[in-house]
Write a protein that binds this ligand. Sequence first.
Ligand code: ZN
Length: 156
Amino acid sequence: MTSDVKELYQQLIVDHSKSPRNCRVLEGADASAEGHNPLCGDRVTLFVKLEGDRVKDLSFQGNGCAISTASASLLTEVLKGKTRAEAEALFTSFHDLVTGHGAKDSGPELGKLKVFAGVSEFPVRVKCATLVWHTLRAALARVQQPATDADAAHAR
Ligand code: ZN
C-alpha cells in the first residue's frame, strides 16, 4: 500500500468517526443487538430492518473509539440492500482483512471497507473493527426466531 492510499484511508476513518452515518435509533426495527468490547470499552447498539431476506435499513448508536465508530458507520452504508448471505460473506472477507489473512479472491468486493486494512498491523484494534459485525450477526440471528415480548422490550 502506498503512503498516499494509507493517508486517504486514514482520512476516511477520521471522517466516519467524527461524522458517523446512520447514527440513530431505527424506528420500526425488526431486531437490535448490543455489543461490547471490554478490551477498549467500545459499546454499540445495532438496529436492523429487513424486507424478506434483504437488509432494508440499518442504523447504530454507540460510544467507542474512532475505529469502532467508523466501522459501525461504514457497515451501515455498505450493508444496506444486501441479503443475509451477502452480509455473511462480507463479514468473512472483512474479518480476513483486519486479521491480516488477506481478503480471499473468491470473496465479495470489500470496497470502502478496505480502509480498515491497516488495522491488521494493530492486533488489539481488531476487536474494535469487528465489534459491530459481531453485533450485526447477533441481531440477524434474532430475526430468525419468533418474536417474543423480551425481544420487543430489547428493541426499545
Ligand atoms: Zn476500540
